[in-house]
Design a protein around this ligand. Structure first.
Ligand SMILES: Cc1ncc(COP(=O)(O)O)c(C=O)c1O
Length: 465
């Protein structure tokens, strides 16, 4: 069920009845909330990693490691042309953008970047926002508001494994939210077909925790036929899919981030001119916040230049080769995305596997609920064009070793594949379908991923620590 809206008391209004009991002091409430996280075994703290690129030192232990945790897929965060563009922008315009662009104006580089992003996405216009998270909030709230003008309620249909920023955008939008079963175009069609008013369909194109892809052909056809607005989050689509050819005749907004493929910081939305102008005028995460810094905008612009050059093509080929090499070497099913999940099920297993890899100098994070649904804790490997063949091979060997139950540091038998005599194997999550808990997709239900509403059926590994 959707969470109830907290009551809002207007300024100047008085609250009728004073509270009968004195409220618990805030320090106690905070302590209890922290304890609840720790007791669940989910306490986390960011680690200082002194690095530029995937190789660096974990400051607390002094240990040199290779990170397979980042989303800097092409290594552009430290490409010389990108670094130089960022540095030159700081020299010219200073560190910060100053305020909202509607108040203080933009730096010219923001406009240049938007023109380049629009050309890249084949759109009339693009607008940049401080993050990809903010871009999803802006798009979902602004279009839900615009759609409601006719008086009929807007329905947002959202894949159950969409990113948290989409989940929160759905929560903020004053619309009915229907969650459809993961990548299930048939279920989506049912929800679109029964909508009482304008419809927004929103989906990641590549899912951030599984690396699998949305059925874009079927979804685009449904939106074309029904007139639904399609919102695509392409944050992880560095190696495709390219939805462009599918979008003729579809009202579509393409959301992206500057922080992953482009190695900087910021987000954007691209689409028809009037759609983007609406975002500039009604998108609160655009209006009431400071623009990306000139350095980030300039770095992203330079990165886009590299991406669209022959060098960018070579980097993408190198990344695709690394993905194939790891999957083959570790005995995982084939897949295109540079996100490679190894679903382990129990949280302790994922944490123990991550620690075992770290002991070998390989940093692969354990991803646990609430980031993924309960029962699907996993290692999440992300690859970069920066990883050497040797580093990819080392990780593949360790993953094989984990799947065979061989302790880290010893050789893993034949190493021929991920299977064990008991049939256990490494399960890539890309084939995970919706499980029994996915019946949350009813009108008014809360958004899925991140809210624990749905449990996909992972391929479990049983031979891990
Ligand atoms: C699918 C998806 N959308 C949006 C975002 C948010 O992007 P940003 O990091 O730019 O806020 C992320 C980030 O992890 C993501 O995975």
């Amino acid at each position: 069920m959707a969470e109830p809206e907290p009551a809002v008391v207007a300024p100047g209004a008085t609250v009728a009845e004073p509270a009968a009991t004195s409220p618990t002091p805030w320090p106690e409430l905070v302590e209890a909330a922290c304890d609840a996280v720790a007791t669940a075994g989910r306490w986390r703290r960011p680690r200082a990693f002194d690095a530029s690129g995937p190789r660096g030192t974990l400051v607390d232990t002094g240990r040199r490691v290779v990170s397979f945790a980042g989303n800097d897929y092409l290594g552009l965060s430290h490409h010389p042309a990108v670094v130089a563009a960022g540095a030159a922008a700081v020299q010219r315009w200073g560190a910060g953008a100053g305020a909202s662009r509607l108040v203080t104006g933009s730096r010219p580089v923001h406009h240049e970047l938007e023109a380049a992003l629009a050309a890249w996405k084949g759109a009339e216009r693009a607008v940049v926002l401080p993050t990809g998270f903010a871009a999803n909030l802006a798009v979902l709230t602004a279009f839900a508001e615009a759609g409601a003008q006719g008086g009929a309620p807007v329905r947002i249909c959202s894949d159950e494994l969409n990113h948290a920023s989409i989940v929160d955008g759905c929560r903020l939008a004053r619309a009915e939210v229907c969650v459809f079963r993961h990548a299930d175009a048939g279920h989506l069609a049912e929800l679109v077909g029964t909508a009482p008013g304008p419809v927004v369909v929103v989906t990641d194109t590549v899912f951030s925790m599984d690396g699998d892809e949305a059925p874009l052909g079927a979804i685009a056809a449904l939106c074309r036929a029904s007139g639904a607005l399609l919102v695509l989050d392409e944050a992880h689509a560095v190696l495709g899919p390219d939805p462009g050819p599918l979008l003729a005749g579809v009202a579509c907004v393409r959301v992206g981030t500057l922080s992953k493929t482009l190695g900087a910081l910021g987000g954007f939305a691209a689409g028809p001119r009037r759609f983007v102008e609406l975002l500039e005028n009604r998108g609160r995460p655009y209006i009431f916040t400071t623009a990306p810094s000139p350095a980030d905008a300039a770095a992203a612009l330079a990165a886009l230049g590299v991406l669209r050059s022959d060098e960018g093509t070579a980097l993408r080929e190198r990344l695709a080769a690394a993905v194939a090499r790891l999957r083959r070497g570790a005995g995982l099913p084939a897949g295109r995305a540079p996100i490679v999940p190894v679903v382990l099920g129990a949280e302790e297993r994922a944490v123990a596997a991550s620690e075992a890899l770290l002991a070998e100098g390989l940093w692969v994070p354990a991803i646990r609920p609430p980031t993924v649904p309960p029962g699907t804790a996993r290692l999440r490997v992300t690859l970069s064009a920066d990883h050497s063949d040797d580093e990819v091979d080392r990780l593949a060997e360790q993953l094989r070793r984990l799947s065979s139950g061989t302790p880290a540091g010893q050789r893993a038998g034949s190493g021929a594949g991920a299977g064990t005599p008991t049939g256990a194997g490494i399960g890539a999550g890309s084939g995970a379908g919706p499980g029994p808990g996915s019946g949350a997709a009813v009108p008014g239900a809360g958004p899925g991923a991140g809210s624990g509403a749905a449990v996909p059926g992972p391929t479990a590994v049983t031979a891990l620590p």
